[in-house]
Design a protein around this ligand. Structure first.
Ligand code: SAH
Length: 266
């Protein structure tokens, strides 16, 4: 029994929005608070990466709004998502905006929070387990480790415009930093060459984790020199996370699954 949980009102306050992290895919990896909010909300606005089991927890009369896709498979534009949140909050509804992972890690939660605040709508943020934590845990390596990695960088090579804003020199310079690339699948060749041209050794361990924490998770262990080849060879699909750094090699010492996956991708 979670006796420490604050007494919860049966009904959420009207006209407010909660940006809730749904976690990485395994529905059990949502927070207790996040689950309670799903169960109480009048309106649920959710993304493609949210586990469908969590959606079944909503009230039978809750309004469910999928902004992950629309006919033609294009995601709903960000300004429209923000408009939907504002519309329902202004109509006096309690709105839960459910996002994959953590709302503030490449989740555009910051943009939504600012729009809601600008519209005068109270907004609350409930953190979630981000893909980096979940993928490291399920792939069997830590993100930091004494004497191996003293910092972690959550980054991307994917930008709103077509330009490359990545500071490759800085990313390649620090061997004691674990690099985690979100949305990296389409840019693996660019990531490989950017890092190696700036001095990251070709033998640096890397892992590609597809569908981290879900039943269908696939993990490929390789070196930074091979990331694009391995992804092509295994036909890896989104969502896929790339982790680069010496900590990844600890997976091989950690469990047999890692060794099997390693052998598969060799
Ligand atoms: N807010 C999310 C990230 C959204 S950006 C979070 O905190 O996790 C989307 C990217 O996250 C994907 O392209 C992928 O790189 C990564 N991602 C999200 N869920 C993932 C999962 N279950 N397995 C692997 N990568 C994942």
């Amino acid at each position: 029994m979670l006796t420490l949980i604050k007494a919860n009102p049966n009904k959420l306050p009207a006209g407010e929005v909660w940006l809730v992290g749904a976690g990485p895919g395994d529905p059990e990896l949502i927070s207790v608070k996040g689950l309670r909010l799903i169960r109480q909300a009048d309106v649920l606005v959710y993304d493609r990466l949210v586990a469908c089991e969590l959606l079944t927890e909503a009230r039978a009369d809750a309004q469910m709004i999928d902004v992950g896709k629309r006919p033609g498979h294009h995601p709903v534009p960000q300004h429209q998502i923000e408009a939907v949140l504002i519309l329902h909050a202004r109509a006096g509804k309690s709105v839960v905006r459910l996002k994959g992972g953590d709302p503030f890690v490449f989740g555009r939660g910051g943009e939504e929070m600012l729009s809601l605040k600008a519209a005068g709508i109270p907004v609350h943020v409930v953190p979630g387990i981000t893909a980096a934590s979940a993928c490291a845990a399920t792939a069997g390596f830590p993100l930091t480790q004494r004497n191996i990695a003293t910092s972690v960088c959550l980054t991307t090579a994917h930008y709103a415009d077509e330009k490359d804003h990545t500071h490759w020199q800085s990313l390649a310079a620090d061997r004691s930093r674990t690099l985690v690339f979100y949305m990296g699948l389409a840019s693996l060749a660019k990531i490989r060459s950017g890092l190696m041209q700036h001095g990251l050794p070709a033998s640096t361990p890397a892992a590609l984790i597809e569908n981290g924490s879900r039943d269908e998770q696939r993990t490929c262990y390789c070196t930074v020199s091979d990331i694009d080849w391995v992804a092509r060879n295994h036909k890896l699909q989104s969502p896929c996370l790339l982790v680069i750094g010496d900590v990844v090699a600890l997976a091989a010492q950690n469990n047999n699954t890692a060794q099997t996956a390693n052998a598969l991708s060799a």
